[in-house]
Design a protein around this ligand. Structure first.
Ligand code: CAA
Ligand code: FAD
Length: 380
């Protein structure tokens, strides 16, 4: 594996790092406290090209590779994981899904706006009774000839209120089980489409998570993505790439917490010396560094597999499993290294620790990644 980054990839990483420092860091604590959606920051990320990085240039995207995307995700996530989840959903679920499986009309109408950040997208698979068990879709989309009628509830949807367009997965033919599921593009404001209350969350509090209610929503047939019955495969294929984005988010949270802890250990004194000189602290930092580097290798490998058109179901799941565990372990240790200050908001590490937890839950829990991994290695 050759992980030597190109000049262009390094430029993208540096641009994301600069942006995170100058435009995300100020106000990140306040947005977390107030659960405030980063509206201005999202607008800027659109202008800078972070919202459609991998999308086709002919539809307004950046046409970049997955390595560039994970580098940007890592840098943004070091500072503000609420912003980076918006980037991840818009890039790897919504834009990628439309770019890869949408038809020319759908791309012209929707992708052009989503890839430039003029509009924001959401990906709606989970339901109150269908989270990990994603084939158990209860939301129905009944075929009425020239349109479908959508009924049901989606849960925990990222960008739930701030999105303009929603990719919604629903069951058309229950008899056919997962082969009777479809994916649709739904516009905010359509009659019968209601956004539920905002969730009050442990972490990524700046990102808006809502339930969505569909009550006899008419969806034109031209808004179905792919052939009839393609919806579940669409969701699985899209999520396989999405998991690389969340793995990069987790890597960023771990790296951000580690960097803060390392700097703190160099200046904080106890028992007449900087705490880095106590072996217990130095060894913690050594363990954190190794876990981050191991996760980074897996994240880059998964991104490389995707760029090389290799199968990335296994490498993406491995990357997400390892990086999310690293995010959790490293951020907990970062709080510990900060002592009492670690418990205080202005030192940032407690927020990173709270944000880390979601990376083990969304886009497939760690247990689900183990299902994907074990099925893959045992099949081979
Ligand atoms: N690519 C293509 N097809 C796939 C696939 C993949 N990666 N994974 C599964 N499939 C296909 C299978 O081939 C099968 O189709 P066929 O019968 O035609 O072969 C079909 O999907 C059903 O597959 P399984 O029998 O393996 O289904 P299962 O019920 O055992 O579930 C699962 C598999 C991997 C557990 C899946 O349900 C899953 O991924 N669950 C987790 C859901 C999830 O990740 N949700 C995230 C929501 S989005 C989100 O969270 C965004 C955010 O927070 C920001
Ligand atoms: P459950 O499926 O009920 O799982 C509960 C526990 O049981 C978990 O530990 C799980 O790993 C375990 N478990 C379940 N099945 C098995 C099994 N077969 N073997 C072993 N263990 C198992 N969804 C979207 O569609 N779009 C979004 O934008 C989105 N954003 C989200 C944002 C946030 C902040 C949150 C909290 C969730 C979001 N989700 C989104 C939903 C998320 O993907 C689900 O919460 C997740 O897939 C788990 O589903 P669940 O909550 O129903 O848990």
């Amino acid at each position: 594996m050759d992980f030597k980054l190109s000049e262009e990839q390094l430029m993208i990483r540096d641009a994301a790092r600069d942006f995170a420092k100058t435009e995300l860091l100020p106000g990140v604590i306040e947005r977390d406290n107030k659960q405030e959606f980063p509206k201005e920051q999202v607008k800027r990320m659109g202008e800078l090209g972070f919202l459609g990085m991998m999308a086709s240039p002919e539809y307004g995207g950046g046409g970049m590779d997955t390595i560039s995307y994970v580098l940007a995700m890592e840098e943004l996530s070091k500072v503000d994981a609420s912003c980076s989840v918006i980037v991840s959903v818009n890039n790897s679920l919504v834009c990628w899904g439309l770019d890869t499986y949408g038809n020319a009309e759908q791309k012209e109408k929707y992708l052009t706006k989503l890839a430039t950040g003029e509009s924001i997208g959401a990906f709606c698979l989970s339901e109150p009774e269908a989270g990990s068990d994603a084939t158990s879709q209860k939301t129905t989309a009944i075929d009425k000839g020239d349109h479908y009628v959508l009924n049901g509830t989606k849960n925990w949807i990222t960008n739930g209120n701030s999105a303009d367009y929603y990719l919604v997965i629903a069951q058309t033919d229950k008899e056919k089980k997962h082969k009777g599921i479809n994916a649709f593009i739904v516009e905010k404001g359509w009659e019968g489409f209601e956004v539920g209350p905002k969730e009050d969350k442990l972490g990524i509090r700046g990102s808006d998570t809502h339930s969505l209610i569909f009550n006899d929503v008419k969806v034109p047939k031209e808004n179905r993505i792919g052939e009839d019955g393609f919806g579940f495969k669409f969701a699985m294929k899209t999520l396989a790439g999405g998991r690389i984005g969340i793995a990069a988010q987790a890597l960023g949270i771990a790296s951000g917490a580690y960097e803060l802890a390392k700097e703190y250990a160099k200046v904080r004194k106890a028992f007449g010396t900087e705490i880095m000189n106590h072996q217990a602290i130095a060894f913690k930092l050594a363990d954190m560094h190794v876990q981050i580097e191991a996760a980074r290798m897996l994240v880059y490998k998964a991104a490389m597999d995707k760029d090389n058109h290799e199968n990335y179901d296994l490498s993406g799941a491995m990357a997400k499993l390892a990086a999310s565990q690293a995010a959790m372990d490293v951020s907990i240790e970062a709080v510990q290294i900060h002592g009492g200050n670690g418990f205080v908001k202005e030192y940032h590490v407690e927020r990173l620790m709270r944000d880390a937890k979601i990376t083990q839950i969304y886009e497939g829990t760690s247990e689900i990644q183990k299902i994907v991994i074990s099925r893959s290695i045992l099949r081979d």
